[in-house]
Design a protein around this ligand. Structure first.
Ligand code: BG6
Length: 364
């Protein structure tokens, strides 16, 4: 059923350019520089009244939720954050009427996310869903939402669904931003960036052999770090998650800025680091941290852009195409999928059904 592909995960990774096109199709309005998301069931007045956004999801959906929160804060300037849905209801959360709750789920059946949605609605809050499976429990329970149109995803390690979740958040951020202070010109700038993404994702996928070679170098390490900051930190978290899920290696995500406050003690020639270093306002500081790692002879793989000067640091580089900086996370996530996949392949693990994990956890 995987066709010519070795596994569903590989098939689903390669489907990402198409999936990206599908989630955007018919939803971009170039004339007004905004997105149309009729299924949210929110009119302009209700949209303007939103004071805060709280995103709820589990596992990879939670990490993409963190990327989504950053997009909403940057584009719409509304305070936003993501929380693990599995924790949310256990702390008797305060539900505010002017907060928009967003549930994110590929399957739409994850029990922790479903119960979080029910807790919000029971207390009178408004929840919209970013869900892939049409008619699923979470989709039915929400007040409205955005279907992701990623197509069926079989591999436990989520890839194309995550890409469409990120784009779903970009659309939501655009719509929230354009009823506030995001200008028409900035809206159009983002739309043009979104339209470039499918081809740029393809460019990264086309470099699979180069990335597979680097994965081979990481696969032997018992333990590794994934580091990034601000926009790059959820990318590092997702990269570490994917790596540990299918390669069974200990992979830990850290804010690059926090390395010196603890984990540097563990850096050695046996502990590689995968660093996310986009060409943004933090690039110089990130490169400074890489010097600290290199000084302890920690092997480095750097996911970066053309034009970032790594100076004297000896590192393997994976250069991804540049887009609007707000959209960097989705492009930087793609090579991390390929790293995890090729490490697991080399180690001979079951790619699609990693031990102890289920595609969706429907009982508590
Ligand atoms: C986990 C899966 O248990 O559920 C993860 O192993 C997934 O891959 C998470 O990200 C959330 O699933 P869903 O269907 O709610 O997105």
């Amino acid at each position: 059923e995987t066709g010519d592909h070795a596994s569903f995960m590989r098939k689903e990774m390669l489907e990402q350019p198409e999936a990206a096109q599908r989630v955007l199709r018919g939803r971009l309005d170039e004339r007004f520089g905004t997105a149309h998301l009729g299924g949210l069931n929110l009119d302009a007045r209700e949209t303007r009244a939103i004071k805060r956004v709280k995103i709820l999801g589990c596992g990879s959906a939670y990490y993409v939720g963190q990327m989504g929160a950053a997009l909403i804060e940057e584009l719409a300037r509304i305070p936003a954050d993501a929380e693990a849905a599995s924790e949310f209801r256990y702390r008797n959360p305060i539900i505010e009427p002017d907060t928009l709750y967003v549930a994110v789920s590929q399957s739409g059946e994850t029990i922790d996310t479903l119960l979080a949605v029910q807790e919000v609605r029971r207390k009178g809050g408004r929840v919209v869903g970013l869900v892939n499976v049409v008619g699923s429990a979470i989709a039915r329970e929400c007040d409205g939402g955005i279907y992701l149109h990623a197509g069926p995803e079989v591999a436990v390690a989520s890839t194309k669904a995550l890409t469409t979740m990120f784009l779903g958040f970009a659309l939501l951020a655009l719509q929230l931003g354009r009823v506030r202070d995001l200008s028409i010109a900035d809206g159009r700038r983002l739309i043009a960036g979104l339209e470039r993404l499918p081809a740029q994702i393809q460019e990264i996928l086309d470099r699979e052999d180069e990335i597979a070679e680097l994965a081979g170098r990481l696969a032997d390490a018992e333990s590794l770090f994934f580091v990034g900051r601000v926009r790059g930190f959820p990318v590092a978290r997702e990269g570490a998650q994917k790596f540990k899920e299918i390669s069974y290696r200990h992979a830990e995500a850290y804010q690059t800025s926090e390395l010196k406050h603890g984990p540097l003690a563990l850096i050695s020639p046996d502990v590689p680091t995968v660093a996310i270093v986009p060409a943004d306002e933090l690039a110089d500081r990130n490169v400074g941290a890489l010097h600290e790692i290199a000084a302890r002879r920690g092997p480095l793989v750097v996911v970066t852009h053309d034009g970032v000067d790594l100076g004297e640091v000896a590192a393997a580089r994976i250069v991804v195409p540049r887009n609007e900086r707000e959209l960097d996370p989705v492009l930087m996530t793609i090579p991390l999928q390929l790293l995890a996949y090729h490490a697991a392949l080399r180690l001979g693990h079951d790619i699609d059904k990693p031990r102890n994990l289920a595609k969706s956890v429907t009982v508590e």
